[in-house]
Every structure is written in C-alpha cells, then in structure tokens.
Design a protein around this ligand. Structure first.
Ligand code: PHE
Length: 448
C-alpha cells in the first residue's frame, strides 16, 4: 500500500501552519508577553525562534521526510536496533496527553460560539466569571462539547492526509486569517486602544529574568508544535520536492505573526474597555465576553472571535490526533480507520476525566495537580522539552551529516546557506538550551 501524501506546497504550508497556530497563540501569547515585559519578551521570543526553533523544526522535518514513517517508526528506520525509538514513544504519549485537555478547551470554544449569540440581549451585565466556572465545572455540558469537538477532529483525520487534513486546512486557515484581521481592526479602532498596544509593545527589560527566558523558550516549543513529533509525522507525508527550509521559515514567521496579531486584537479591546489582562483561559473566556458586551455589535465580534479560537484549535487537534493514528496504524499494523477510532475514543475518554477534574473529580490529585493540570504540565513541561532535546541530539550527533545535508538540499537541487551554523546550533546550543528549560521546569534547577 502506498502512503498518503500532501498534494501541494500550499497544502503543506496550510497544514503545518494549522498545527502551529492554536490556543497557544491566541490566548497564551498575548498574556505571557504582556506579563513578562511586553516588547522585551517579544525580542527574546524572536531570538529563541531563530536560534532554537528553526533548528528543531528543521530536525523534525529531516527525520520525518527521510524516514517516511510515523514518529516511532522513523527512529526505528533511521537508527535500527537502538533505543532511539523511545523518542517517538515520548511523542506519541505527549500527543495523547495534550489532545486530552486540548479537546476539552476546544469544546469550550464551541459552547462560547453558541452562547455569544446571546451577548447584548439582556440589559444587565453578565457575570462572565461565574458563568465560566459553572459551565466548566458542570458534568454533562462540557463533555457534550468535548465529544462534538473530537468528532470534528476525527472526521477530518478519517478522511486521510490529502482528502482530510490538507483539504480542510486549505479552507480553514485562510478563513482564520481573514477573521483575525477583522477582529484586530475592530479592536484597534476602539477609543483607548493605545494602552493595549503600549502594554504589548513597550519594552520593559527589567522584567526579564531567568524564568522569563525559560518561559519564552517553553512558549516557543508549544506554539510551534515542536518536541513531540507532530512535525515529524506531518513531514513524513511531504513529497521530495518540498523545500524544508522554506516551510520552516514561513511557518515560524506565520506563527509569530498570528501571535502578534492576536495580541493586537485582544489587548487593546481589553484596555479600551477598562479591564486588566488576566492569566490564561481567564482572559479569553472571562474578560473577553465582558469586553464584547460593552462593544457596539459585540455579539457578532464575539461569535467571530470564538469561531477563530475553535478553528485554530481544530487544525492543531487534527495534527495531534494524526501523530497517534500514524503510530497505531503503521507500528501496530491496524487499518487506518480502526486506528483513528481507537485513538479518538481513548483520547476522548481521557478528555472526559480532564473535564470532570474541574468539577466533580476535583478531589483527585496527581502530584498535587488536578487531572487536567497534570496532563497539561506533564506534556508541556516534561515530555515536549525532553522530546525536543532528544530530537536535536539525534540529528546533530546520531544521523550522518551527509544525510542531513542531502535532505535539506533535496538531493542537491537546492542551495543552503549557513549549514555549518545550523549544525553548530543543533549539536550544542539547542540541546543545552532545552536541557536548561527542561531541568528548570521539572524543578531540578532553580538558578533564579
Ligand atoms: N501549537 C499548538 C498551539 O499553539 C499546540 C500544539 C502543540 C499542537 C503540540 C500540536 C502539538 O496551540
């Protein structure tokens, strides 16, 4: 049986950018950037994008396209008989854990699309905080939306690479871009918006310390779907004529641009209407509904905003599911359809526990965390940095330099600049930098 492939360059770009652009850009980046010194954080973040994320993304592409296999199979093929395949096992586990809680938040975005229709209908202001908590802590409703969100994800993945992932990414990503530009323009034209821009762009270098540096690194990995094999899996479906360096540079630029536009769309509105930015999900699900209530035509913009969140989450969720599906179907020799259902159902069941852990199962703690938080932290703070470190070490030290070169040059048809710099970053800078975030995150290193 021949393996499915992405059909076109545009399709490759939309799928890869679709994986990268997600909840990480839209709610996390604006807040994290603001909290950590605005422009100063952004400069740091950009620095890590160049020095760390470019080499890591190229590494994943080299591994994936060279092996044409799932994340476990790729290491088995490139380094047969060695324990390197364990890197792939980490990736599959990370995909499982991330999608379990990501699907829950994806479900929330659907609920908020629906509830946004009611914005502005009552003269009384809604208590959006109480509403958010009573919704997320309830038992049945969030699970219904989780199942719908996972159902959409499964539907796309079942259709395959070209007819599913590529086809829908090509429709959804341009739509996403259009909608977020509309939101940014609306936001910037509110009076008082400039405070938000200042908050985002005014450099405060005094806010930078060791933790902020490490936050910037961690945010970069999550935002670009790196360190857990998503990009290995996707690139295993690239044709040989795809220019890996180009896809890397365009994806990283687009992801950063989306994060910045999201900041520009969200923060001015928050400030213009007299609110303070708040941490994580709170900003998007608690503060923004209030912002939309006070805004003329708020209901329409609220609906657009939550559709944006849902679409961004969906195109990331399909890439997470595909990691597990490719693994199950190729390594365990299951039919792709069977593999998809097994993966989707088990991840959804884990998702149900994540969702319940915010309400009725809140008492169950894993290392002092609710199930939801444990899944989040265990994957972002442990599996991804660890996986990322192994991936750069593999390409930097284990693969033959000539093979890496050949893959980046498409067998000699392209030219590449700065190959030696890249190899230096791969061998030394990237593993050391990632080892530092990793050790810090798991608490072994507290140098600040
Ligand atoms: N990059 C996605 C985001 O920013 C999340 C993600 C992580 C997707 C890892 C796939 C793999 O939301």
């Amino acid at each position: 049986m021949t393996r499915d492939n992405f059909g076109s360059r545009f399709g490759v770009l939309m799928a890869v950018i679709g994986s990268a652009v997600g909840l990480g850009n839209l709610w996390k980046f604006p807040y994290v950037a603001g909290k950590n010194g605005g422009a100063a954080f952004i400069i740091l973040y950009l620095g890590f994008m160049v020095l760390l994320c470019i080499p890591l993304m190229l590494s994943e592409f080299v591994i994936g396209r060279r092996s044409q296999a799932n994340v476990v199979g790729s290491f088995r093929k490139l380094a047969p008989g060695t324990p390197w395949y364990f890197t792939g096992v980490i990736g599959v586990a990370a995909a499982f854990f991330i999608l379990s809680f990501y699907g829950v938040v994806g479900g929330w975005t659907l609920e908020y699309i629906i509830s946004s229709a009611g914005i502005g209908l009552n003269s009384e202001l809604i208590d959006s905080e109480q509403q958010f908590h009573s919704f997320t802590q309830s038992t049945v409703r969030p699970i219904i939306f989780l199942v719908i969100f996972m159902g959409l994800t499964t539907y796309i993945v079942l259709a395959g690479i070209k007819n599913g992932i590529e086809r829908y990414s090509k429709i959804l990503m341009p739509l996403l871009f259009l909608m977020i530009v509309i939101l940014a323009i609306r936001s910037l034209t509110l009076s008082g918006a400039s405070a938000g821009i200042e908050f985002l762009l005014n450099p405060d270098f005094s806010a930078i310390d060791g933790n902020v540096i490490l936050d910037a690194l961690g945010q970069g990995l999550f935002s670009l779907s790196l360190g857990m094999g998503c990009m290995i899996t996707y690139s295993s479906y690239f044709k040989k004529n795809i220019n890996l360096s180009k896809v890397t540079l365009i994806t990283i630029s687009a992801d950063t641009l989306f994060a910045l536009i999201a900041g520009i769309a969200i923060l001015p509105a928050v400030f213009a209407l007299g609110f303070q930015p708040d941490a994580g999900p709170g900003l998007v699900f608690i503060i923004l509904p209030k912002v939309f209530e006070l805004m003329p035509g708020g209901s329409v913009f609220a609906i657009i905003f939550f559709i944006v969140l849902a679409v961004a989450a969906l195109t990331s969720a399909i890439s997470l599911l595909e990691v597990v599906v490719a693994y199950l179907s190729e390594e365990l020799k299951l039919k792709r359809k069977t593999a998809t259902w097994i993966a989707a159902v088990t991840i959804s069941i884990a998702g149900v526990f994540c969702s319940l852990s915010l309400g009725s199962l809140a008492g169950i703690k894993i290392f002092d965390n609710t199930i939801f938080d444990f899944f989040d932290k265990f994957s972002s703070n442990f599996l991804m940095p660890f996986g990322g470190m192994l991936i750069v070490l593999f390409v930097g030290w284990k693969m033959r330099r000539a093979d890496v070169y050949d893959e980046l040059l498409n067998g000699g048809t392209l030219k590449i600049k700065m190959f030696n710099t890249l190899m230096f970053l791969l061998k030394f800078f990237a593993p050391i930098a990632i080892a530092l975030i990793f050790l810090n995150k798991i608490g072994l290193l507290n140098f600040m």
